[in-house]
Design a protein around this ligand. Structure first.
Ligand code: GDD
Ligand code: MN
Length: 362
């Protein structure tokens, strides 16, 4: 046995109905190509792992990775690509929305050796979003596209495509720089190479989903904007930190609203109202961070209660750091805003570092 020439990575979450159909289609389409499939399943409740393993027992071309306690399309793709020893790796959706008939053309392009990456695009001549996207999704997808093109100077016509084939060694080279969260693996790869990747685009039509449902939700969209900002700022700050910062900003609004409410109720002195408002804001920040910033390390049940308590503790120290630094920096009343900002940044950095080490520790 030697390594296949092509590994096809299929990220799955609740695709038990689609996987058998797709693998059968691949068997029909990929004559004469030495290929394998790597299913990367995030422990789907519908039993996708078991379905895939059943096929693997009959068909040695099928391999299965089952991930427990982790969620995320990009992370699953990265893990699948790193599990390959093939010359080329393809990533495609497992829900039959991507046209497997394109795979032979994609590998043919890579074999010529003039491209490192072949992207199946819905936006070059001949490609279309077909029935695959609702009007609303198509509109959102266009906005996301032009933002990516403008902010990151990515020349791809369809940077949001989840269907591509790449030289494995290239994927391996860039993997340490990629974000495991969200859906935007392709955009992440291309922008991380900063223009040095040779890319070829091929048209395809995005098919309609037949079974199961899409997992692209508001959180995934937020995460995407996080990725755009992080890349735009040259990776100086991580997606996670930006997300943490956005949650923090929402906390400020909530704090002020709660403070106003407690004051209007009139029963409290300012100090009491201010303290109560802090707790409201910290609590809201905790739950938002647990849902968004640390969705891959999300705390549940009793762990969430403990997490909330450590988060209160971390944030209290954060306030001290904030005030301390602001005082140090505060020399000239004309620059009060500079001292204030320095303090707030210090507080945020502390909260971020400490909560990622204590509250959402790995
Ligand atoms: N392992 C794993 N973990 N797989 C996941 C996860 C996850 O958390 N979330 C989604 N997947 C798998 C799905 O099971 C499916 O095989 C594939 O990733 C695509 O997910 P969908 O939920 O069907 O996404 P979509 O159809 O809404 O979005 C597609 O089109 C977008 C552009 O419109 C994807 O191809 C996106 O990558 C693409 O940007
Ligand atoms: Mn889909």
């Amino acid at each position: 046995m030697r390594a296949a020439e092509l590994s096809i990575v299929l990220p799955t979450f609740n695709e038990a109905q689609n996987i058998p159909i797709l693998i059968e289609l691949l068997n029909k389409t990929l004559h004469g190509i030495d290929w394998e499939v790597i299913v990367v399943d995030d422990n789907s409740p519908d039993g996708t792992t078991e379905t895939a393993r059943q096929i693997a027992r009959q068909d040695p071309k099928v391999r299965v990775i089952r991930r427990i306690g982790r969620r995320g399309l990009s992370g699953a793709c990265i893990e699948g690509m790193l599990a390959s020893s093939a010359t080329f790796v393809a990533v495609m959706d497992a829900d039959l929305q991507h046209d497997e008939a394109l795979l032979p053309q994609m590998i043919a392009e890579l074999r010529i050796g003039e491209a490192d990456l072949v992207v199946a695009s819905r936006k070059v001549d001949g490609g279309t979003v077909g029935e695959g996207l609702s009007k609303m999704r198509a509109w959102g997808s266009n906005i996301a596209n032009s933002l990516a093109q403008k902010l990151l100077n990515v020349t791809l016509s369809d940077p949001m495509s989840g269907f591509f084939m790449i030289r494995r060694e290239k994927a391996e080279e860039i993997a340490p720089k990629l974000s495991a969260q969200g859906f935007k693996i392709l955009l992440d790869i291309v922008s991380s190479f900063g223009g040095s990747l040779r890319i070829k685009e091929l048209p395809f039509t995005f098919r309609e989903r037949q079974h199961g449902e899409s997992k692209l939700d508001t959180l995934v969209t937020l995460d995407y904007f996080g990725l755009l900002l992080a890349k735009y700022f040259g990776n100086a700050v991580s997606v996670r930190f930006l997300m943490f910062g956005m949650v923090g900003a929402s906390g400020l609004v909530i704090h002020l609203a709660a403070l106003r409410m407690f004051m209007v109720m009139g029963a409290f002195e300012f100090n009491v109202a201010q303290t109560a408002a802090s707790f409201v804001a910290m609590t809201s920040n905790f739950f938002l961070n647990n849902q968004l910033t640390y969705r891959d390390r999300r705390l549940h049940g009793w762990k969430a209660v403990q997490g909330l308590l450590t988060f209160y503790a971390v944030c209290s120290v954060g306030v001290l750091a904030n005030v301390g630094v602001a005082n140090l920096v505060y020399l000239d009343p004309a620059y009060w805003w500079f001292a204030g900002t320095a303090g707030a940044v210090m507080g945020a950095v502390w909260n971020y570092a400490a909560s990622s080490a204590l509250t959402w520790r790995k």
